[in-house]
Design a protein around this ligand. Structure first.
Ligand code: ADP
Ligand code: ADP
Length: 228
């Protein structure tokens, strides 16, 4: 079970014009296997919340737990996908996907097999030896997704993953992601500023709202998702 608990998370930055309150007592749970989207306007604190959940940033107050244990840094239990791909340009597609597996010391044969399976999962069979610079944005994001899934993380965290691709590619990637989610049963937390995307993908949508210059409130909306 991979339950995420966001517990009274507050974040205050030291801005140049004094403290900036980015999050105030944000609390919500993500149930095991759930696909939760977080949506809100620019400046409402989405990136801050994402970075805290990913263990990349420490909140001023509160905590994020994975199955009851505090998340204290990005580890193999978290698969993270960013908008800008962040692929290693000097490594092949297979090298990028295999990266996390190398860190775990998985033997070469097993690694090749696992990388092959992942490339198939994201529809990139035949591109193992290509380099990121030769791929379209959509393909790069498929590589990033395969790399994130490689160590079989408990939680898949995605920050505006389809924000940098064209509309047609985005629609394809959304459908592929839902298929992969159903195939793998991962718990997914997906941040977007696009309400349409949030509603389309999420089992549940966490809506962040911004008071002028200040804070947001978190609402949970239960949705009947129209499944294709
Ligand atoms: P979003 O991702 O929804 O656009 P952010 O989490 O980036 O929101 O920002 C939330 C608020 O915190 C904004 O008011 C932003 O200006 C402020 N903020 C973010 N990072 C910093 C920082 N490092 N220092 C000071 N203020 C920050
Ligand atoms: P790089 O040039 O990026 O270092 P490598 O050839 O060293 O690429 O491969 C890196 C990783 O990808 C290794 O984990 C290896 O096991 C795996 N790998 C390489 N080629 C393939 C392939 N054709 N199919 C599946 N996995 C592969």
């Amino acid at each position: 079970a991979n339950r995420v608990t966001v517990e009274d998370v507050s974040m205050v930055y030291d801005g140049s014009n004094g403290p900036v309150e980015a999050l105030r007592k944000v609390s919500f749970d993500v149930e095991p296997g759930e696909f939760v989207t977080i949506v809100g306007p620019s400046g409402c604190g989405k990136t801050t919340l994402f970075r805290i959940i990913a263990g990349l940033q420490t909140p001023t107050e509160g905590a994020v737990r994975l199955d009851g244990d505090p998340i204290d840094g990005p580890g193999p239990e978290l698969g993270i996908v960013f908008q800008e791909y962040h692929l290693f340009p000097w490594r092949t597609v297979a090298g990028n996907v295999g990266f996390g597996l190398e860190q775990t010391g998985m033997p070469t044969d097993q690694r090749r097999e696992r990388v092959g399976e992942l490339l198939e999962l994201v529809g990139l069979e035949g591109f193992a030896d290509s380099y990121p610079k030769d791929l379209s944005g959509g393909m790069k994001q498929r590589v990033a997704l395969a790399r994130a899934l490689a160590p079989d993380p408990d939680l898949l965290l995605m920050d505006e993953p389809f924000g940098a691709v064209d509309a047609q590619t985005r629609t394809m990637l959304q459908a592929e992601l839902l298929d992969i989610w159903e195939a793998t049963g991962k718990t997914v937390l997906f941040v977007t500023h696009d309400i349409e995307e949030a509603v389309k993908l999420g089992d549940r949508v966490v809506v962040m709202d911004r008071e002028p210059g200040r804070v947001q409130e978190v609402l949970d909306i239960d949705l009947e998702r129209p499944r294709s």
